[in-house]
Design a protein around this ligand. Structure first.
Ligand code: CAA
Length: 694
């Protein structure tokens, strides 16, 4: 018996308990232990029923991701679960926590399922570029019908225990202690003389095959560019169209095995691991105790400040919200209440929960009220002078040890730290708009930020449901600094003759949710013009010359909100090419004596994306990004870089840094300027035949 699974029998009830922390993944020891337990159960006439459950915080959370890419040792999960089908006595899964992937498949291979009321079920495989390879695509539809199975298997989402029971995936919900409830359930099965109930004995549902076409269409939209959801759909269809159960299981596993070695799965698994890696800040002592944050404060209640207040209050943190004056505070409170009320009206938020959130917010117009806060997030206007004054005040009014964080997107936090008079307490916490929705949080370590402040903001970010990534101080930190290089190249490409539609299409085809110019129209070209103005002193002559945004704003074309920007918009905000943009580009070229040319998709893609890769390398060189992981995680979660390409640094590694460097050198020669000076790190790694990742 493997040590990861214990087996015991009492009063005719056998129990196999998996204990493989932290998430009871189906590692080799677990599979071997389960195989052993199954054999003992089968061979023991005194054992009438078997319960499979897990110790610790969760039922099995799937295959052991760390074993992917290595040779798999028998017994493999699909084959092991087939053995469950051959057992002629009932098997009960008793599940709690997150019942995911191979864990859900193990539960479905058991003949009955009893769940803790808080258990959650899902097939997250598609998020790892895979499909459920241990029977999920064949067993789930037999229990839950086609529509629910397609939803779960191709969408990667989760459902709760009650919904799982309604769907037929669970037989009973435990009232109280799960282990005890499972024993009662098992005893009842024996006394009622119930035998095994195998998924393979159930027919595939005779649901409407049109569900497949509808799903294919919707996946094409919602999961654009990803191969796994469509492969998962095909796997369900194989069984639905009549392939015998065991053969369908084999086909499903063969598909899954092929996908493990594919580029999308490798990239998505890289992001899964990197998202966990970024929580472990290099160089921070492991025994560092984070500061206690019971009450937070937010000063400045514009769009960002309000979003941050909402993020904090939604996560259960009491928050002191300080506005400029009463009118500003009232407007913010009203706007927050309006947003939550609309969620209540839509049914996505309970009235009681909204009331609890509102009750956690204490409004004020006096910064001195922040004396009660353990962490204050500054979100006043993006003006260094204004922020310096605020930090000087915060340094005075807050208690010693209170962390002072700026939400600035590009200003120098070291300057703010100096203004506060207590630099060790000062850091950045850069939220992304809308702050109550976006998961990414760039935490910024300034020159004198104390290590326990870094530990606190990383832990606190996780506590409020964000994905914190650490950055050093620079203009734009990780995401905006890299994004500014893409915008720069997009404007240059327009100047050279590429149409906005051609540029956006390349970016969309690569997998981003939106192209850079359509994004500018959505955000508002006035906003972009203001950002350009604030950075004008650092801009090059060519960046200043590519002043399309300023020209459009001067003509009253602010993007979607005025019906005209890069594109023209109808009343439904549907975009079409804008003749005014063509005229503007032509006039710009004539004025500056520029020759427009045809630019192919490859050049557009490489110029937009390699500009970011090169900037990422510079961030590493300068120590702003501690590791390539931070960059990939930040770009995927902050800018919508498609996770299935792994983020810019992983993607560049897959291409080969020598090739990336050669193209960058070519652009440097063609463009005749220093924008394309390759980062020394890129040059060194390419020369050594290495990648950004070891
Ligand atoms: N295999 C190996 N390690 C895993 C794992 C898995 N399936 N799931 C999580 N872990 C590890 C994490 O890497 C992390 O390790 P470190 O502490 O070293 O960083 C640790 O467990 C804790 O994970 P989280 O930080 O994510 O903890 P959490 O409590 O926030 O979340 C969870 C727990 C919901 C289970 C989450 O970890 C999760 O979603 N895991 C992935 C589940 C998954 O994708 N399963 C499908 C696997 S593929 C499969 O099963 C194929 C098949 O059909 C056979």
């Amino acid at each position: 018996m493997g040590e990861m699974v214990s087996y015991a029998v009492e009063d005719g009830i056998a129990e196999a308990v998996i204990d493989n922390p932290p998430v009871n993944a189906a590692s080799h020891g677990v599979r071997a232990g389960l195989a052993d337990a199954l054999a003992r159960f089968q061979g023991d006439a005194g054992a009438r029923v078997l319960i499979v459950r897990c110790a610790g915080k969760t039922f099995m959370a799937g295959a052991d991701i760390k074993e992917f890419g290595k040779p798999m040792i028998d017994p493999q999960l699909p084959e092991l679960l087939k053995r469950f089908d051959r057992v002629d006595k009932p098997i009960v899964a008793a599940v709690h926590g997150t019942v995911l992937g191979g864990g859900f498949e193990l539960a479905l291979a058991c003949h009955y399922r009893i769940a803790d009321a808080a258990a959650r079920f899902g097939f997250p495989e598609v998020k790892l570029g895979l499909l459920p390879g241990a029977g999920g695509t064949q067993r789930a539809p037999r229990f839950a019908g086609l529509a629910t199975a397609i939803d779960l298997v191709t969408g990667g989402g989760q459902i709760g225990a009650a919904a799982a029971k309604d769907a037929g995936l669970v037989d009973a919900i435990a009232d109280g202690d799960l282990a005890q409830a499972a024993r009662d359930f098992a005893r009842a099965l024996v006394s009622e003389g119930k035998g095994p109930r195998r998924a393979g004995d159930l027919p595939m549902p005779e649901d409407d095959p049109a569900l497949f076409d509808a799903a294919r269409k919707s996946l094409g939209r919602k999961m654009r560019g990803q191969t796994a959801p469509l492969m998962a759909l095909d796997a369900i269809r194989i069984g639905y169209e009549g392939l015998p159960f065991d053969e369908a299981l084999d086909r499903e596993y063969a598909l899954c095995r092929d996908m493990v070695t594919g580029p999308q799965s490798r990239a998505l698994r890289h992001i899964f691991a990197a998202e966990r890696e970024v929580a472990k800040v290099p160089g921070l002592p492991a025994d560092l105790t984070p500061r206690d944050v019971r009450t937070a404060g937010v000063i400045g209640l514009g769009v960002m400040g309000r979003g941050i207040v909402m993020a904090l209050a939604s996560a259960g943190v009491p928050v002191i919200a300080v506005g400029l004056d009463q009118a500003h505070l009232d407007a913010a409170t009203k706007a927050i209440a309006k947003m939550w009320s609309s969620s209540v009206a839509k049914g996505s938020l309970a009235q009681g929960e909204m009331d609890a959130r509102m009750a956690r917010i204490t409004g004020s117009t006096d910064p001195a009220d922040l004396a009660a806060a353990d962490l204050v997030i500054e979100a006043v206007s993006e003006d260094l002078g204004v922020k310096q004054t605020v930090f000087a005040t915060l340094g005075q009014v807050t208690k010693p040890g209170t962390i002072l964080a700026s939400n600035t997107s590009f200003l120098d936090i070291d300057t703010l730290a100096a203004a506060s008079g207590r630099a060790a307490d000062v850091c950045g916490m850069h939220f992304f708009n809308p702050a109550h929705v976006m998961r990414l949080l760039e935490n910024v370590r300034a020159a004198e930020t104390a290590p326990d402040v870094v530990a606190t903001i990383m832990a606190f970010g996780k506590r409020i449901g964000k994905l914190p990534v650490l950055s050093g101080v620079c203009d734009g930190f990780i995401v905006n600094r890299m994004l500014s290089k893409r915008s720069r190249e997009a404007f240059f490409l327009v100047e050279e003759g590429a149409s906005p539609a051609a540029i956006d299409k390349v970016v969309l085809d690569y997998g981003f949710p939106m192209g850079p110019l359509a994004l500018g129209d959505l955000a508002g070209l006035d906003i972009q013009a203001a950002a350009r103005k604030s950075r004008a002193a650092k801009a090059s002559p060519r960046e200043l010359r590519a002043d399309f945004v300023e020209q459009m704003v001067a003509a009253g074309r602010l993007g979607q909100k005025t019906g005209s920007g890069w594109y023209a918009y109808d009343e439904t905000r549907k975009a079409s090419p804008n003749p005014e943009t063509d005229a503007l580009v032509a006039a710009h070229a004539e004025r500056h004596g520029l020759r427009l040319r045809e630019i192919g998709a490859d050049e557009i893609r490489e110029r937009l994306l390699y500009a970011m890769v090169n900037e990422g390398a510079k961030l590493l060189d300068e120590g702003i990004a501690p590791r390539p992981h931070e960059i990939d995680v930040a770009m995927v979660n902050g800018l919508g870089w498609p996770a299935y390409t792994g983020g810019p640094m992983h993607w560049a590694d897959q291409i080969g840094l020598d090739k990336v460097l050669a193209t960058i050198e070519r652009f440097r020669a063609e463009q005749g300027d220093d924008y394309w000076t390759p980062s020394p790190l890129l040059v060194r790694l390419a020369g050594e035949g290495r990648g950004f990742y070891a």
